[in-house]
Design a protein around this ligand. Structure first.
Ligand SMILES: Cc1ncc(COP(=O)(O)O)c(C=O)c1O
Length: 393
């Protein structure tokens, strides 16, 4: 079954009792049982719920595996993986530019429990291999990364990690299963912030953990009901609806992102464009091998000041200034003051987040409108500079 067909039909039969093609929402906390220890597979919705179960099966199917667990957010999903697999004395190797929330979880929560976190440039495979040791328990790869879209070789990293029996986790949020299938390159676990492209409409906060092997998912599933960060049935239903158009949306997001990256690259006010589809992107060759498309996010550095970057992101017509990404409506953000607002400037710079870095999540609007809006903002900066310099004279 091809991908688009799977998003609509896999694990999604019409409802048995009425034939409804859209599944009902099982908005229930509990289930009437026939007798003690006798039920229809559901006893209490923190443990399991038919709408959530359907979503978990669909998400697993899209990643080409059989086991999934849905969570109340991407970070709750990440927390469950780390809690399931880490013990005091263990070490984690994570790419240097992981999403800020993952960085905080690793360095402000898990390191308190005696876990050592190493952040590395995963494109340097010999440095990676040199840091691996028998205490390395988890390898955390975010590719493409957020917000700079750096790309890492999942297969090469997994092969090296498995020699030390470390668990390879891939955060596949930015690529989505439409553009990247991490299990086919050796990943043990795939994580999603479902909040983003999978749900796709900026109306849900949700996460998921997928695994090929039920024994790998089991400790995560145990934490799902033991710690209780589960999504509600309505949110699961919204995501199931969003997934049905995943391929259509991703194609449009990628088309818009490609056009924007190419346009910005040629503009004199832009210092650097981060988009894996550009041939001069350092991870371009890996992306070509590992992904079936380059995704829908573009970041760029303005050749200017922080104030200009802040004015630019605040005055777009179609790009709403906001955290998050992956919705049908375009979003723009200024990582230095938003996701990295609480991080010191040197630490931010070290992670490649400059004062003028801007991240775009182009939505599904018409490409010409988006380009016009972005270019108009650059023309406004040029005009302001002219006025400024003529005043100075
Ligand atoms: C790549 C990535 N992973 C994980 C997360 C965390 O997901 P959530 O916000 O759903 O908790 C995010 C959120 O922005 C993200 O961008």
């Amino acid at each position: 079954m091809e991908f688009a067909t799977r998003t609509i039909h896999a694990k999604q039969p019409s409802e048995a009792e009425t034939g409804a093609v859209v599944p009902p929402i099982f908005q229930t906390s509990t289930y009437q049982q026939e007798a003690p220890e006798q039920n229809k597979g559901f006893s209490y919705s923190r443990t399991n719920n038919p709408t959530r179960q359907r979503l978990e099966q669909v998400l697993a199917e899209l990643e080409g595996v059989s086991h999934g667990a849905a969570f109340a957010s991407g970070i709750a999903a990440a927390n469950a993986i780390l809690q399931a697999y880490l013990r005091p004395g263990d070490e984690v190797l994570a790419s240097k530019d992981v999403y800020g929330g993952t960085h905080r979880l690793l360095n402000q929560v898990f390191n308190r429990w005696g876990v050592t976190i190493h952040h590395l440039d995963f494109s340097d495979l010999s440095a990676f291999e040199g840091t691996l040791n028998p205490r390395t328990r988890v390898i955390w790869i975010e590719t493409p990364s957020n917000p700079r879209l750096l790309v890492y070789d999942i297969e090469a990293i997994s092969q090296r990690a498995h020699k030390q029996s470390a668990l390879v986790v891939v955060d596949n949020t930015i690529a989505t299963p439409y553009f990247q299938q991490p299990f086919s390159f050796g990943a043990d676990i795939v994580l999603h912030s479902v909040t983003k492209y999978l749900a796709g409409h900026s109306d849900v906060i949700q996460g998921a953990v997928l695994a090929r092997d039920s024994a790998v998912l089991e400790p995560v599933r145990f934490l799902q009901y033991s710690t209780g960060a589960v999504p509600g049935p309505f949110d699961c239903w919204l995501t199931l609806r969003g997934i049905r158009t995943l391929e259509l949306r991703m194609l449009r997001h990628a088309e818009n992102a490609t056009a924007i990256a190419n346009t910005l690259k040629a503009h004199p006010l832009i210092r650097k464009v981060y988009f894996p589809g550009l041939p001069d992107h350092p991870g371009h060759d890996i992306a070509r091998r590992q992904m079936s498309g380059f995704g829908g996010i573009v970041s760029f550095e303005l050749n200017g000041t922080m104030e200009e970057a802040k004015r630019y992101v605040s005055s777009r017509r179609y790009f709403a200034l906001g955290e998050s990404l992956g919705g049908v409506e375009s979003l723009i953000c200024h990582p230095a003051t938003m996701m990295f607002g609480s991080v010191r400037q040197e630490a931010r710079q070290e992670r490649g987040v400059s004062d003028t870095l801007i991240r775009l999540s182009p939505g599904c609007e018409n490409r010409r409108d988006l380009l016009e809006d972005l270019c108009l903002g650059l023309t406004e900066i040029e005009a302001e500079r002219k006025v400024g310099s003529s005043r100075a004279r």
